[in-house]
Design a protein around this ligand. Structure first.
Ligand SMILES: Cc1cc2nc3c(=O)[nH]c(=O)nc-3n(C[C@H](O)[C@H](O)[C@H](O)COP(=O)(O)OP(=O)(O)OC[C@H]3O[C@@H](n4cnc5c(N)ncnc54)[C@H](O)[C@@H]3O)c2cc1C
Length: 393
């Protein structure tokens, strides 16, 4: 067994083995562009405007950000991406990247697409997971009203039943196809009803293995407590808790809303407190693998390093079926591919779908790369190192 040293994530030959020289140059160019705050903010406004007036901007997105961050528009295109990942023993977590729909027919279409994806995943052993958002199956405003404790009308109660049916269909198909469903965590002011629905699905489907996973955002100061409660429930009710651990993607939005509406922010006051909770949650899961299946979904080298050290120190099998690491496709390759090389279960969150529908996801990736401190610089540094290394060969 290869031992873990402090430089494991510096091996760029492993990190970028799946990329041709041209792809490396293109990735470097792309990260240089999206590292420019002014350019990203101008590009975002232009893209929003172009989408509103239906300008054909998809081809431009396709050859730039889409190809870097997405698996493909069709399953056939995704197959090629998945096969590339497979060569390096990296699994795929599929995500139908269409977001922000509000109509019943859109929700039904999303379900149809997700059921197709589950059938596809069932036939492809390298696709372990389908990632979903419950706001893809039902209206944001409905969940907001539920969490605010307001009484639903008869029509809204029926609407909610349809959301539950959709989720149930997805979980049933996942169980049948031997694929896991990871439910994304969203804004704190709709998360309670989403949690309840996912908890019901876990109790229903997670008896032999974890089919359904909830996501815990550890930037929330109440999530460790929630994890303890869920762990207790899984033990007493006899199901396996599926837990995807993330830090959380909506920090600014959460803080702004809390400030505007005058309630206590649900987000920790600083990053150190978030890191501390993330590490405690990770350890708690690793200490309870008989009851928890955990996905460590982070691009932080420190968190991943800590996880692998803990796994080895606790003498847990690196290929334990209840541990999966994951980073976004197109980012953190130094982590994913080196983890896979060392024998851990590693995966990529792989959005797919029509370019125009995935644009909001792509805009978020671009914005994230200007705002997440250190991340952009790190991607650029690693790409430059690999380009230099190949030149010197
Ligand atoms: C596979 C995968 C799935 C994901 N699924 C979800 C999901 O379902 N829901 C979701 O919300 N996010 C999700 N994310 C995004 C995730 O929550 C983070 O935004 C992102 O991964 C950055 O965190 P990190 O651990 O990778 O890296 P780091 O760089 O270590 O952490 C950055 C994060 O720390 C937190 N943070 C930074 N500064 C502060 C501060 N001053 N105070 C408090 N907190 C701070 C924020 O959450 C920020 O995003 C997912 C990420 C991955 C890789």
């Amino acid at each position: 067994m290869t031992s873990i040293d402090k430089d494991i994530f510096e091996n760029t030959a492993v990190a970028f083995a799946h990329k041709t020289d041209t792809e490396l140059q293109k990735a470097k160019w792309l990260f240089s562009l999206i590292g420019n705050n002014k350019l990203v903010s101008l590009g975002t406004s232009l893209a929003d405007f172009a989408l509103k007036i239906h300008l054909p901007i998809s081809p431009l997105f396709r050859i730039t950000v889409y190809e870097h961050f997405c698996g493909g528009e069709t399953f056939d295109e995704c197959k090629q991406t998945i096969a590339k990942l497979h060569k390096s023993h990296v699994y795929a977590m599929l995500n139908y990247g269409v977001e922000l729909k509000e109509r019943e027919e859109d929700f039904d279409k999303t379900i149809e697409k997700n059921l197709e994806a589950l059938e596809f995943a069932g036939k492809n052993k390298d696709v372990k997971v389908l990632c979903i958002k419950i706001t893809g199956f039902g209206r944001f405003g409905l969940f907001e009203k539920m969490q605010a404790g307001k009484k639903l009308t008869k029509a809204e109660t029926e609407e909610l039943e349809r959301v539950k049916d959709r989720l149930d269909k997805i979980c049933q198909s996942a169980a049948k196809n031997d694929v896991s469903v990871y439910v994304d965590a969203e804004e704190s002011w709709i998360q309670d009803p989403l949690d309840e629905m996912v908890e019901d699905m876990m109790a229903k489907f997670n008896h032999k293995k974890a089919v359904v996973f909830n996501t815990l955002q550890l930037y929330r100061w109440d999530r460790l407590d929630y994890l303890h409660k869920q762990l207790k429930a899984s033990k007493s009710k006899g199901f396996i808790l599926g837990a995807k651990l993330v830090r959380g993607a909506y920090m600014e939005k959460e803080r702004d809303r809390a400030a505007q509406m005058g309630y206590n922010s649900p987000i920790h006051a600083d990053k150190d407190a978030v890191d501390k909770d993330f590490n405690i949650a990770m350890n708690l899961c690793l200490d309870n693998l008989d009851h928890v299946s955990v996905c460590i979904a982070s691009q932080s080298e420190e968190s991943n390093m800590l996880a692998v050290k803990q796994i080895d120190a606790k003498k847990i099998d690196r290929k334990h079926p209840h541990i999966l690491f994951s980073q976004l496709y197109g980012m953190g390759d130094n982590i994913t591919f080196n983890l896979a090389r060392l024998g851990f279960n590693a995966s990529k969150y792989l959005p797919y779908g029509p370019v125009k529908d995935v644009i909001p996801y792509l805009i978020r990736r671009a914005q994230e790369n200007t705002s997440v401190s250190g991340q952009m610089g790190r991607e650029l540094r690693l790409l430059t190192t690999e380009i230099q290394r190949r030149k010197q060969k």
